[in-house]
Write a protein that binds this ligand. Structure first.
Ligand SMILES: [Zn+2]
Length: 133
């Protein structure tokens, strides 16, 4: 009876038993009801999935999920210069989480295009979160 549930479902379904859908029991075609063999009637998923909503957290401390179905997106610069700048951005008290994510993204994009972080680019980014002296 689970055919209507396609895909892994949302975070709300993470705790529900995937076999019975949280009912704790299974009904067969003849209307007979049996205890779910997977959760033994509790309706709870047995394995500890440790699912967390990471969309609101800092990209720098992003823990990649082992079971992520999508290809892992790059969240941190690959070059030493870029990583250093990203660290400064992460630690900058004046920046909002949104701005931090956007600037870090910019570094990664810049690296993808140029293969490295140019001095001009590093300076340009730093200007956006450092007070001019
Ligand atoms: Zn079950």
């Amino acid at each position: 009876m689970n055919d209507s549930r396609q895909g892994p479902g949302g975070p709300r379904d993470a705790e529900l038993c995937g076999v019975c859908g949280g009912d704790g029991r299974l009904e067969n075609a003849w209307g007979q009801v049996a205890k779910c063999p997977s959760c033994h009637g509790s309706g709870r998923r047995r394995e500890d999935t440790g699912f967390h909503d990471v969309t609101k957290t800092k990209p720098a401390h992003h823990q990649p999920s082992n079971r992520a179905p999508v290809v892992e997106k790059q969240t941190w610069p690959a070059t030493a210069d870029g990583a250093l700048l990203a660290k400064e951005i992460r630690d900058a008290a004046s920046l909002s989480a949104d701005a931090k994510a956007r600037l870090t993204r910019e570094i990664i994009d810049h690296e993808a295009t140029h293969g490295q972080c140019t001095k001009t680019f590093l300076k340009k980014i730093r200007k956006q979160f450092r007070a001019p002296t």
